[in-house]
Design a protein around this ligand. Structure first.
Ligand code: UDX
Length: 465
């Protein structure tokens, strides 16, 4: 049942309609979904219910303006593989149990305010099917960028034109239909241990978009103008309007992101940052799921030490494949001599906003990328899988606000790349462009900016459904 809190009673009187928002229960997806919910709610015409799994449940007390409905479905414990297998298993569990359908039916039965639609993560096919069965319209939330959205819809073309499956010899071939991408930047399902699963994950977002009444994208017009035009051209005439409403974490002032964190943030790093010189620190974090091997971990550690630059490094639990809590290499701490700090989880947005942070070594998860762009912090990109590969290419080639670290991770190469980003002429140009993009993103968030306008249009669209 809905656990209404705080502002709910007021909303019930005021709101013209209700929306249900259903995130995929992983950090990189929960955060933007709750931020979107916050922005819709802030417009005043919509009441918001967050539908969520008991697995990785958000904390209702941190979001007093929403009501929450929990479904008991979870990823079966037997599924220990990566995110893809978990998403498919979760959809299967939800379809079999019928809990989502029952939750939606009960919300639809409430008289006031009328339930207008379900906004769900683009991978949650089971939720869309449940809504369709009840005649409830759906909008899909794509937590990645427009380039990634377009890329994932281009897989038939990539196969037809022979780019995929990739081979040793075509990895550096440019994809002329999708510049600046190369074949090596594609997520190639045939390279996964289970090809069929890889193909299925690509199909999920395409299927849910096709069956939806609109697609919400966490990006902004000035960042991906060509990609958004292409998406509009493709979807517009099918009656599936796209809405570029990003970066979601700054759409409303109170969206500080910290309150959606599933892990405890170690704030001791802020005091440590305070004591560093302006623009001197490299912040290093690979998000919530991407793993590195033991060998890579050791090379990263010594590359950071040998760079001579101050660094703040997030070594979260599970970062190293097969290890719950990773020890630092022997001799690392004495060699660092206080020049570096290692923590398990950072208040990332606050770190990126800190004046002593001058660079971000990132895996280019989409949230991290937008957070970095917003603060004008240049990037050292080391994409690890999925959409991150394409984003890394855009950072280096399209926006030119970072350096792409490719090939085998090796301490000498890391040291060189860190120095290149943090000092020297090329680094200075990159920093300049990052500052320029920071101005553009901030303009898109002003009241007359493209993203705020897109939210207004989205609210009107929801009310018209
Ligand atoms: C996943 C996928 O890996 C990514 O490719 C996709 O684009 C989104 O979903 P994740 O790997 O967790 O996400 O990366 P990212 O999208 O960057 O999200 C990580 C979030 O965790 C960010 O909002 C970041 O601020 C937060 N974070 C990260 C912290 O709060 N503290 C940390 O120490 C590290």
């Amino acid at each position: 049942a809905a656990a209404g809190a705080g502002g709910e009673a007021g909303d019930r009187r005021r709101a013209a309609a209700r929306v249900v928002v259903f995130p995929l229960p992983f950090q990189g997806h929960i955060t933007p979904a709750l931020q979107l919910a916050g922005a819709l709610h802030a417009r005043g015409e919509l009441a918001v219910t967050i539908l969520h799994t008991a697995f990785n449940a958000p904390d209702p007390t941190r979001h007093p303006g929403f009501s929450f409905v929990s479904v008991p479905d979870a990823v079966p414990e037997a599924i220990t593989g990566g995110g893809i297998a978990k998403i498919l298993a979760l959809n299967a569990a939800m379809e079999a149990s019928g809990h989502v359908r029952a939750a939606l039916a009960s919300l639809m039965a409430e008289a006031e305010p009328k339930l207008a639609c379900l906004i769900m993560d683009s991978t949650l096919t089971a939720a869309q099917k449940a809504a369709a069965g009840l005649g409830l319209p759906t909008l899909v939330l794509h937590t990645g960028g427009a380039a990634c959205f377009r890329l994932f819809r281009s897989y038939d073309m990539l196969h037809d034109k022979g780019y995929l499956p990739s081979t040793e010899s075509n990895l550096h071939m440019p994809i002329k239909e999708l510049p600046p991408l190369l074949v090596r930047d594609l997520f190639d399902p045939s390279k996964l241990p289970n090809k069929a699963i890889g193909q299925k994950i690509l199909n999920l977002a395409t299927e849910t978009t096709t069956n939806s009444s609109g697609a919400i994208l966490n990006t902004f017009e000035d960042l991906e103008p060509d990609e958004l035009t292409a998406i509009r051209d493709e979807l517009g005439h099918k009656g599936i309007p796209p809405f570029a409403v990003g970066p979601l974490h700054k759409l409303i002032a109170s969206n500080d992101g910290g309150d959606t964190s599933l892990l405890n943030q170690d704030r001791s790093c802020i005091e440590w940052l305070d004591a560093q010189a302006p623009g001197s620190v490299l912040y290093v974090s690979f998000g919530s799921v991407a793993p590195v091997t033991q060998e890579e971990f050791v090379e990263i550690a010594w590359g950071l030490v040998n760079s001579g630059k101050p660094f703040l490094w997030v070594v979260r639990r599970g970062l190293v494949l097969g290890v719950e809590k990773q020890e630092l290499p022997e001799g690392f701490e004495p060699a660092v001599e206080g020049r570096g700090k290692v923590i398990e989880w950072a208040p990332q947005q606050e770190v990126l906003a800190h004046p002593t942070v001058g660079g971000f070594w990132t895996h280019n998860g989409w949230n991290s990328t937008l957070e970095s762009i917003y603060e004008g912090v240049p990037m050292l990109s080391r994409p690890l899988f999925g959409d991150q590969l394409a984003t890394g290419r855009y950072v280096a080639e399209t926006w030119k606000i970072g350096i792409l670290l490719e090939g085998v991770l090796e301490r000498g190469e890391i040291e060189k790349a860190v120095r290149k980003l943090m000092e020297g002429n090329e680094g200075a140009e990159i920093r300049e462009r990052a500052k320029h993009l920071k101005e553009k993103v901030r303009m898109s968030l002003e009241s007359s900016g493209s993203s705020q306008q897109a939210v207004d249009t989205l609210v009107d669209h929801i009310l018209s459904l």
